[in-house]
Design a protein around this ligand. Sequence first.
Ligand SMILES: [Zn+2]
Ligand SMILES: [Zn+2]
Length: 150
Amino acid sequence: MAAAGSSSPCIFCQIARFSTSTTLLHTDDRVVAFPDVNPSAFRHYLVIPAMHIPTIKDLRRRKEDYQLVRHMLDVGISLLQKDAPESKLFRFGFHQPPFNSVNHLHLHCFALPFTPRWRDIKYISLGPLGGFIEAEKLLERIKPLTPLNL
Ligand SMILES: [Zn+2]
Ligand SMILES: [Zn+2]
């Protein structure tokens, strides 16, 4: 999918504003969750911030960003635990530009296995090139250096 230009409305913003027919799995004042339209795993959900944040490159080492990503991950974990309790392995992470398909921050949540199995190629880290970054790794990267009152 091509990235949305500045004139065309962002599809994920539309979903977050409830203006599409997408089935929402979770909504609160900060995030929205829904199934990936082109699932790569037994369960494959996306969790997005309600606010338009383009990519992980727009996140900074600060409390608001850390808490937002932490919340996205918590929502993803609880959805998968509810919907795929039999799955042995969950994975959570983000595509790093230029490997992201939609320029609105989204956390991929997988209950494995990948279907078909070769699909995991889209979700591997490419080292210095970027690729896919696990949510916990991103959290380490943006964790504020001063102690948090979470
Ligand atoms: Zn957006
Ligand atoms: Zn993606």
